[in-house]
Ligand binder design. Structure first.
Ligand code: KG4
Ligand code: ZN
Length: 316
């Protein structure tokens, strides 16, 4: 919940149901949303001490995302807005990740470049204003979060593997093993190759030494992480020089990665960048960022009709 651009609370329900399947099961995600949406909103209201009658608008995620989950959230938001006669605000999930930078100080000023890295997206976004954004580069296949999760799965780590791989990488040697750096044209990325490279690498090594993964786990993690971060930063540097912008932000679940945060801090010193990295709770999916995006639209009076439908592939 948000009031005058100030976050009152950030209540979320985490879905642990996917862990045992090694990935998000869409059907289970929708069910969990359906189960949790009313209790979460109820808790947000109780916690803030604000009554339903005092609300000014309802913001919800229209997309991108899993259709079932978007339907649940969208249907609830519409009904809630209709019942209370409140304006409804549709929010783009990826824009909201970027607008999470305006929750707390220090805030970037315009224009800035945001590297948005999550489980479903990897984008370089030129942010001219709160609601004026342009994608200047993106992955042509897998998202970087997917690359983290898929390679972590090959190593036998639990889902989602990104944070586990990150933790193990902290004690490993990033130069222990070399994986190929893929570079696409312009400011675009490709992360599908690294999964195959790691798969073959492990298959070959394990053949000669069945205990290889167990023995070298931190080194393997550090080497994979090094490669992924290197790919991210090469294009980020190119974007910075192409557009002559040195205000750089990162957003999305993978921006919680300690290796990426450290590498960016290093670049900030080396290249004179001003780097903006949100607090961990505002990097991964959260309610406050949706409310923040809603706040900026509310200020401009941008509302949507009650017949709006979800958009699984919604673009910035
Ligand atoms: O933005 P997010 O919470 O959800 C989506 O919109 O996708 O991002 C989730 C992704 C997952 O792939 C997860 O493994 C990754 O973010 N992630 C991390 C870390 N924390 C979350 N990846 C690497 N290192 C981390 N510390
Ligand atoms: Zn997200």
């Amino acid at each position: 919940m948000i009031s005058d651009g100030k976050v009152l609370n950030n209540i979320i329900a985490t879905q642990s149901v996917h862990e045992k399947y090694g990935g998000v099961v869409p059907e289970l995600a929708s069910r969990a949303h359906q189960q949790h949406v009313v209790p979460v909103v109820h808790e947000a209201l109780t916690d803030s001490g604000i009554s339903k009658g005092e609300l000014s608008a309802v913001a919800f995620t229209r997309g991108p995302g899993l259709m079932g989950s978007l339907l649940v959230g969208g249907s609830f938001a519409k009904s809630f807005a209709f019942a209370l006669d409140l304006p409804l605000i549709e929010v783009n999930h990826m824009e909201a990740h970027i607008l999470a930078h305006f929750i707390e100080d220090p805030k970037p000023s315009f224009p800035f470049i945001c590297l948005t890295v999550s489980g479903g997206h990897t984008q370089l976004v030129l942010v001219r204003d709160y609601l004026d954004m342009e994608v200047i580069g993106e992955t042509l296949d897998d998202a970087v979060g997917e690359a983290f999760d898929k390679t972590a799965k090959l190593l036998g780590l639990p889902y989602p593997g990104g944070p586990h791989l990150d933790k193990l990488a902290a004690t490993g040697n990033p130069g222990a093993f070399v994986f190929p750096i893929t570079s696409m044209r312009g400011l675009n990325y490709s992360f599908s190759g690294i999964k195959t490279a790691v798969l073959y690498f492990l298959r070959d090594r394990v053949q000669g030494d069945p205990g290889f993964i167990e023995k070298r786990l931190p080194d393997i993690c550090a080497s994979i992480q090094y490669t992924l971060i290197k790919m991210l930063l090469l294009k980020l540097m190119k974007a910075s020089t192409t557009y002559g912008i040195d205000q750089i932000a990162i957003a999305g679940g993978v921006s919680a990665n300690q290796g990426l945060r450290k590498a960016l801090a290093g670049l900030s010193e080396k290249l004179g960048w001003q780097v903006f990295i949100p607090r961990l709770e505002y990097c991964t999916d959260n309610a406050a960022m949706i409310a923040m995006a809603g706040h900026f639209k509310y200020q401009k009076g941008i509302f949507c009709d009650l017949d709006v439908s979800p958009s699984a592939k919604m673009k910035i």
